[in-house]
Ligand binder design. Structure first.
Ligand code: GLN
Length: 233
């Protein structure tokens, strides 16, 4: 364990609990799960093991989102996990409302708790659904749809040390990693109002594949990797 990791643990635990937490980190568990929260944008988000750990890369989606959200907009955060994207956007925009959807009730419970803690709960709606079935969304029209869907090709997941403690359903994008993008573009883009947008986080090597699926602008992260695709309607 690094000194920095130990400092984090000391901020959260003492005595027996600190010993147990140290053991978990030494056994390879991500610090974020051990302390039960992680940093995103301007604050922390509570987490359980049904949630993907928020990544700094995903802050680029928020950055581009803030440029597009206007006062009073209704938007969606699909595959919301901890809710870090939608909640951050609600916090920094006026009078907006967000529909959060996730397949995992446990993740959604955490998103609800985060929304409450950050003071935006009354502007949230939560739907526990597999987005592969869009029937619970059909009567809605959104100004903007956001998603950081699972996008790692199935056979690559096992090779990645960095994600091995995170829920596979939050990572697995099917054989070529593009399953959720095809779904979002075919079934959810029609739910975006004319003049609205869909903003998607993508993997560093998925720029060409997403451009083949739709007309979009792809933006890079600070590491120079393709990271955000914006489809304007
Ligand atoms: N939207 C959440 C995040 O960005 C979860 C994403 C996911 O589960 N694929 O952290």
């Amino acid at each position: 364990m690094t000194n920095r990791e130990f400092d984090f643990l000391k901020e959260h635990f003492s005595g027996e609990e600190l010993e147990r937490a140290k053991e978990r980190v030494e056994n390879g568990e991500p610090l974020a799960y051990v302390i039960g929260e992680w940093y995103f944008w301007d604050q922390t988000f509570l987490l359980n093991e049904a949630c993907l750990i928020p990544r700094a890369d995903t802050e680029h989606l928020v950055e581009h989102g803030l440029k597009r959200l206007k006062k009073g907009y209704y938007f969606a955060d699909l595959c919301c996990g901890s809710g870090c994207i939608g909640i951050t956007l609600l916090k920094h925009t006026e009078n907006t409302k967000c529909l959060f959807a996730d397949i995992s009730q446990k993740a959604l419970d955490m998103a609800k708790l985060n929304a409450q803690r950050i003071g935006v709960l009354e502007r949230c709606e939560f739907v526990c659904a597999n987005i592969k079935d869009n029937s619970s969304f059909l009567n809605r029209q959104f100004d903007v749809i956001f998603s950081n869907p699972p996008y790692i090709p199935t056979n690559v997941i096992e090779t990645l040390e960095t994600v091995k403690h995170e829920p596979k359903i939050a990572l697995d994008g099917g054989e070529d990693g593009m399953d959720f993008y095809r779904l979002l573009i075919n079934d959810y883009l029609p739910l975006v109002k004319e003049g609205g947008s869909m903003l998607l986080e993508i993997g560093y090597d998925q720029k060409e594949a997403i451009e083949e699926l739709c007309q979009c602008s792809v933006y890079r992260d600070y590491g120079g990797n393709a990271r955000v695709a914006v489809i304007d309607k």
